[in-house]
Structures are given as C-alpha cells and as structure tokens.
Ligand binder design. Structure first.
Ligand code: KG4
Ligand code: ZN
Length: 339
C-alpha cells in the first residue's frame, strides 16, 4: 500500500509518500518547505502568511514528490492529511487540497491528528515498540506525557499547565536576542556554555504527578537575562546552557516518573523539541538507568513532516479502519487527541 500525505498545520509545508510491503515499510519521498525565514522577521508565525505560503508551495511540491519517487497517481492507494490541531487557515489549505485530490483521483482520505503523527513517528525509522508505552510529546504548542495503550487509545498522564517546552525555548531565546525558532538557537549557544554558572529553577520537580509548568522558568530567564552582559558571548552561552539543562531536567525526570508509575518497558520521544541533543541523550541515559528501552526517532522525523502523517494513516488502515467520507469531518484547530 502506498499512502501520500500532506502536512500544513503550522509553518512547514510537507508532502510525503510511505509504502508498506508485507512487513517492511519505506518512506519513498519526504519533502519539506520551511517558512521560518519568512516568519523570522516577525519573531513568530504570522497565520495569514503561513496559509498563503502553503497554498503557493503545495502544488509544485506534490509534483516534485511524485517525480522524485518516480510514481504517478495510479500508484497511490490512499491519501492522508493533518486535520488538526494547528492554525485554522493553514489546516484549511492542506485539507481542501487533499479533499480535491481525493475527489479527482477517487482515493480514500484519512484525516490524522498532528500529535498522533508525532507519537507514531518512532515507527518510521524502527519498529514501533510494543504497547503500552509512554510517549513524551514536546513541540512548540504542546507538552504531554501520554500512555499509548493501542493505536488510537491514548491516556493523558501529564501536561503543561501553562507554556509548552518549545514555547519556553522560543521565549527564552527571544530574551537572549536570538531569532525564531529559538530551540535550535539556544542549543547552539549551549554547546559553548557551562550549565550551573547561573542557577535557574526546575519547576514542578518536587510536586507529585506528571504535570509540567514552564512559565515560572521563563520569568526566571527574564530576570537572569537582565543581570548578564548581553555583549559578552560567553555569558550568553552559559545562560543558554542553563536554560536548556533546566528544561531537559524537568522533562526527563517527569518522564521517568511516568514510566515507573505505569510500569512500562518502553518510552518514546516525540515532537520538535525532541530534536534537541541534550534531551535525546539525557532521556536515553535516564531510561537505560532504570532499565527501560528508549526510542528516539532521527531529528528530521521529530520536527514537523508529512512522513509521520502517512505512517499514522498506515497504522490506522492496517488495523482495518476505513477512511471517513470526505464531507463528514472538518479541519479543527483545537482537535483533541484524548477525549
Ligand atoms: O513539532 P514542531 O516542529 O512544531 C509544532 O508542532 O509545534 O516543534 C517546534 C518546536 C519549536 O518550539 C522549536 O523551537 C523546537 O520545536 N525545536 C527545538 C529544537 N528544534 C526545534 N527545541 C530545542 N532544541 C532543538 N534542537
Ligand atoms: Zn508538530
């Protein structure tokens, strides 16, 4: 089965084709066009510009994906598209485009929850771990700990009470005078810095449960950034290292707590922040220490991409689910993963 997927929930346009033959899956083509350079001068994503860029990018990208995989429409068996959550206009561009393709080419179209795509992305580079497993999902808008019981059966174990981890990276970066998106920029400075030179709090660590809170940390970064000399490269690097370490410490410790409480043998790291090396290495080490296996997809499958949407659709089709009729669902910017 070959599935062509479209992802347009935020500021990256993605089109990918995933193929499954017997027990082996392959990503035949996975194209991405980032709008970061366009939004960077505004310090964040401008929704209308994002929609217009998706609209402009999708048709040539689709042609390029078909060309690079040497396929034509008769080789495609199904379509998948991100139906939510995300920016309403951006989602509408992707879902309208996918609906039109489904009608013209008479193909089933599976709407996919963006966060389900992130969680299942671990199955793109390796086999999905046996369920149940715990997934830490950390993106620009979400920070969740989820117990994955089965595909489509998710239990919320913890979530952020305020800012998402990615948002904390992005807002802290702005305080350090770094461009959007801030996560990779902080990571870059942190490489040259020493954590512990400035002390930042590790919020919620000593509270029971698996919820997170990053707004206090953001305020602490604001105070710390006023105390350092912004023209001193080393001081900025040291503060960046402490910010990264504070965010990762909290994420890793709460994830290990969730794994222990649930008694699972596997943990999955997902979402854009999972591209962070300190988080990837730290989580793998902590998991090994308590005797569980960690699954960390390659960075290009952690950040937004359409291959994860195609793979999530494949998982649903392989469970015998059929695609809903195209007029029975809508793009939903606040679509919930867990009802
Ligand atoms: O999942 P994603 O690509 O888009 C959303 O669905 O939100 O996540 C984007 C987030 C941004 O906040 C970005 O700063 C963060 O992921 N991010 C990182 C890194 N790469 C991306 N954060 C820390 N370190 C990174 N290397
Ligand atoms: Zn995402």
């Amino acid at each position: 089965m070959r599935i062509l997927a479209i992802e347009t929930s935020c500021d990256e346009t993605g089109v990918a084709i995933y193929q499954q033959d017997n027990h082996q899956g392959h990503v035949l083509s996975n194209h991405l066009s980032s709008q970061i350079a366009i939004h960077a001068r505004f310090g964040g994503v401008v929704p209308e510009i994002a929609s217009r860029e998706h609209d402009k990018t999708l048709p040539p990208m689709l042609a390029e994906v078909m060309r690079s995989a040497a396929l034509s429409w008769s080789d495609i068996d199904a379509l998948a598209v991100t139906s939510g959550p995300g920016l309403m206009g951006a989602l509408l561009v992707g879902t309208s485009f996918a609906r039109a393709m489904a009608m013209v080419h008479q193909l089933p179209l599976m709407p996919i929850h963006h966060l389900e795509g992130h969680i299942l992305a671990a199955g793109l580079s390796d086999k999905l771990p046996p369920m149940p497993f715990v997934a830490l999902l950390v993106s620009g808008g979400h920070t969740l700990l989820v117990l994955v019981k089965k595909i489509g059966n998710y239990q919320l174990l913890g979530q952020t009470l305020d800012d998402a981890a990615g948002e904390c990276f992005d807002k802290s970066a702005r305080l350090l005078g770094l461009p959007y998106p801030g996560g990779p920029e902080i990571a870059l400075l942190a490489k040259e810095g020493v954590c512990g030179k400035y002390r930042l709090p590790r919020p919620m660590l000593h509270r029971d449960g698996c919820d997170f809170s990053f707004s206090g940390l953001k305020t602490a970064v604001l105070h710390a950034s006023k105390k350092i000399n912004m023209h001193d490269h080393q001081q900025r690097c040291d503060l960046a290292a402490e910010i990264q370490s504070a965010i990762c410490d909290v994420l890793i410790k709460k994830t290990m707590r969730a794994c222990t409480e649930q008694g699972v043998a596997h943990v999955v790291l997902a979402g854009g922040v999972a591209a962070n090396t300190c988080l990837r290495d730290g989580l793998a080490k902590a998991a090994a220490f308590i005797g569980i296996q960690s699954h960390v997809p390659p960075a290009h499958y952690c950040t937004d991409n359409a291959a994860m949407i195609a793979y999530a659709a494949h998982c649903r089709f392989s469970l015998g689910e059929s695609a809903p009729a195209i007029d029975t669902w809508d793009a939903n910017p606040r679509q919930r993963l867990i009802e």
